[in-house]
Every structure is written in C-alpha cells, then in structure tokens.
Design a protein around this ligand. Structure first.
Ligand code: SF4
Length: 299
C-alpha cells in the first residue's frame, strides 16, 4: 500500500480500509496544528494508477488471506473531500470495481471543501457512497476561529453542514477544547452548542488542545498574545458544551489528548456525563493533569 507520512484517522474508522488518495492539508495554516508539518498537500502524480494498485493489494489481503469483506473505505489525508467532484466519483468507481460489497466512503473534510461542490454534486456523491465525513469544526466561537486562522466562521459551518444534511451526507465533528483560550472556554462552548443545535452531527468528538513548540500558537503564547486554559477549566468547558447540547448525537472524548475518557449518547446519557464531569472538576489534580499533557508525545 502507498502511505505517505503519518496516517491520521478517527478512532471509529479503526475497521475501515484506509486508502490514500491525498497527503497533507490544503489549508496548512491553523495556528494550533502541527499534524502535517512535514508534508505539503499533494494529489499524487499518478493517482488512479496508485489507487488502483492499492485496491488490488487490499483485495488480495482482505478477500484472500483474511477472508473478509470491506464495508467501509476511509480516504486518508487531511481533507480528501477537497478533490474535484470528478476525481471523487472516479475514486468511488474504482472502489466499487474491487469491492462491490462496500457500502460507504468516508474521509476528513474541511468546510471549504463542501463549499466548492454544487448541491447536485453533493447528492451524486452521496449516491456514490460518500457518507460519514469527519469535519474539524473546532468551535462555534468566531473570535477563536479567526484568531486561529481556521479559514471559516460559524455561519459557514452552519450553511455548509445544512447543505450536507439536505444531500443526506452524514458527518461527525471534532471539537477542540480550549481553543477559545483562558477565561473564554465556557463562552466558546455555549457558542459551539448553539451551532451544533442547528445541525445533525452523528458524533461530536472532543480533543483537548495540546500545544507543541513548532506551532504558531506557541509563538503567540511566548509573545503574551494568547493564554491557555488551566486543565480544570478545560473540563468545565466540556461540561458547558455537553449541558447545552440539545440534539440527539453521540458525545465522545476518547483520544489521547483527553486524560479522562468520556462517552455517551445524548440526550439519554447527559446526566451521566455531567456527573462524571462534576466528579473530575471537583476531585482531579490540576498538577497531575498538567503533567499528563506535558508528557504527551506528538498527537
Ligand atoms: S487543523 Fe486541519 S485544516 Fe487546520 S492545518 Fe491542521 S489539518 Fe489543516
């Protein structure tokens, strides 16, 4: 299989076939992000040949050695949904050729990748199997989105995700706890809940901001232009988010950036999640949580 650099995938794509169609990120500009620093965005030179070779190899492995079928393919790269409608359709046809039993195709997507598709194209992509996109919304706090150079604001999130809703393409959000900075986390959480409550994310996955010296955000902190929340504040922020979510969705904080793992289906598990968060807020040690964060290797 052709894989370039570190391959990132959401935890819930663990059993999906990972297929590289892009590498790196087209935006590459968020102040907190160091994920693809070593890798400029590229669409591989002979993409269809490489993709076809990978599908052939995967077919031999899955259907030959492992004797199993593929029901979901996850396209790797920071935002493969940026590819043109025609490229995405071509990729889905190749997947169908090797894995006719495959049901859906997922990938990471930026909101701006949705903007560039027409409503008709989104409908055709859904028909071709594209479903279950993972979008790094980060927050509904426009000040934070602008400061971090995310490249869109909350009204774009709402507009484009409502287009996905209409096309029947489901999506999950990644929320970035602490992106609003010290003293503003709970405001950011309320604004985020306000955005999510107008949409239909199947899952909201919270990751905690973990700042590395290579990031532009680290430089902002050194300059004194941005301050990180305390670790306990981060849990208060998550509590506010969960408390203000009014839609049926799944809330998860399962990645390594979360010292405590949280998972629940809303609304039925809201009380349980709030109780767990209250216990953390009342009993966890700021020093120990801080130590956990400073010891985290690159995410
Ligand atoms: S957070 Fe996502 S969109 Fe922003 S630079 Fe990193 S990979 Fe690209």
């Amino acid at each position: 299989m052709h894989y370039t650099g570190t391959i990132w995938r959401p935890p819930y794509e663990a059993s999906s076939l990972l297929l590289e169609v892009t590498a790196g990120c087209t935006h590459h500009n968020c102040k907190f992000c160091t994920l693809y620093d070593d890798l400029p965005f590229k669409f591989r030179k002979s993409p269809m040949e490489d993709i076809e070779a990978d599908l052939k190899e995967a077919k031999n492995l899955y259907c030959g050695w492992l004797g199993r079928q593929v029901s979901r393919v996850f396209l790797t790269g920071a935002n493969p949904f940026v590819l043109s409608f025609h490229h995405l359709m071509e990729i889905s046809e190749r997947i169908k050729k090797y894995f006719p039993e495959n049901r859906t195709i997922g990938c990471f997507a930026r909101i701006t990748d949705v903007t560039s598709k027409t409503d008709e194209e989104l409908l055709a992509l859904r028909k071709a199997g594209y479903d279950g996109l993972t979008i790094g919304m980060e927050t509904g706090d426009d000040d934070a989105l602008r400061f971090m150079n995310k490249g869109y604001v909350s009204s774009d999130l709402i507009e484009q995700c409502q287009r996905l809703d209409r096309a029947g393409i489901s999506y999950s959000f990644f929320y970035l706890t602490s992106i609003s900075g010290a003293g503003r986390g709970e405001i950011g959480a309320r604004l985020t809940a306000g955005v999510c409550n107008q949409l239909h994310p199947i899952l909201i996955g919270a990751n905690m901001l973990t700042i590395y010296p290579e990031s532009a955000l680290y430089t902002e902190i050194q300059r004194g232009t941005w301050t990180e929340e305390s670790e306990i504040e981060k849990y208060k922020e998550i509590r506010t988010l969960v408390d203000h979510l009014e839609i049926p969705t799944t809330f998860a904080a399962l990645g390594a950036s979360n010292a405590f793992q949280l998972y629940g289906v809303l609304p039925q598990d809201k009380a349980k999640l709030l109780k767990e968060l209250d216990t953390i807020i009342e009993t966890a040690s700021e020093a120990e949580l801080r130590q956990y964060r400073t010891r985290l290797p690159h995410l």
